[in-house]
Design a protein around this ligand. Sequence first.
Ligand SMILES: [Zn+2]
Length: 470
Amino acid sequence: MAIRVYNTLTRKKEEFAPLQGRRVKMFVCGITPYDDTHLGHARTYVAFDIVARYLRHRGYSVFYLQNITDVDDRILARAPEVSVPWDELGDRYFADYLKVMEALNVTSVNLYAKATDYVPEIIEQVEGLVDGGYGYRIDGDVFYEVAKFEDFGKLSGVKLEEQRAGARVEVDERKRDPRDFSLWKARKPGEPHWASPWGEGRPGWHIEDTAITLAHFGPQYDIHGAGNDLIFPHHEAEIAQAEAYTGVKPFVKYWMHTGFVVIKGERMGKSLGNVVPVGDIVREYDPEVLRFFLTYTQYRGPIDFTYEALEEAKVAYRRLADVLQRARQTLSEAGKARGKGDRDLRKALAETETSFYRAMDDDFNTREALAAMFSLTTTFWDLLEKGLSAGSLKEFVRGFEAYGALLGLFQPGTARTSELVEGLVRFLVNLREEARRGKDFETSDSIRQELTRLGVQIEDTAQGPRWRFI
Ligand SMILES: [Zn+2]
């Protein structure tokens, strides 16, 4: 079955077919490193990490490129506030970002491209736009003349008057039209600068994306992703720059945008002062719980963040993690005998496979994919009572881990750690059992207490002790 992707440009779900066979060129707008990595970033980058993982799993060779806006008004404004040189500030927050991404198991980006490494390409593109009549120069600044590009607004559907009133459009009396945006900014005192045909200065914001993608992908590529707050004016500007510069349309085949993170009904945003840094959350929660929480909504839907919702997600996450842990534990103890639940488990596994892939093929619907895993979880507990053989348990574990890997959950890295942890817990549980049988209650109670303190609960059943993480 084909994968279907919602394309912001056409406003409908389309069958996914890359421009060149099985090769996929994917670009996602990266961060401006001037402050802590927040929940909105986590949401977008987890979503596109899953898109890349899933496409690769389905046999596509994906090159995932992300830019880093390492020179920008916001960095230059923040640096003196915190008395740190602008480039050091950028390095610091980019390092913070990478650390957060690692904690969240975001692993699929092939290349992070820093804007300052592409200044010659940026200058070349601005020159081309000026030569082609799309750019005009005032003093040492260069602007893009939006009126020259007929298709401006085709992605966002924002009408001309709204475009002029657009909140993010830079105000500058010298511009021919309020919609015109900066391609090159003249040097200001104390700011970093590069030599250019228009004098010393630095790149405008939108131009870096198209200079970077043209350098790596050429005039056309498959997927451009970002949060939906960047559709206007940023992505309209990208289209205007690229299509005017190369003459090739459409510059991007599929535009994909993630939904907002909402806090108490309000969009999360720097200007609203309600930004939640990822660092605040992962101090208290396992980053995997946060990743699960973000994955539990399809990428286009809004996410309403509250700590109560995160608590609920933690409980739901544990339902899946517990079943995998129990299956691994039972597998390590299971004999060769056939189980009464084997046949039904295999049937349930086949059904899960169908529903999981159907959900992911339908515009990466991770919510439905997780629903298929929850339904399998319920079946598993029923069938475990009936009895399961090592063979069917192994299939279950393998399947569950494979779905987990596509979503970036229950991954081998932590699986190795959890194997070790589980082995140690099992060892201690057995020691306690021996002590209990030998009527050494002091030892058995102290092991039990210590394990409880560490978050492991032991339950004595007719079949012997069982344990689980609390
Ligand atoms: Zn961008």
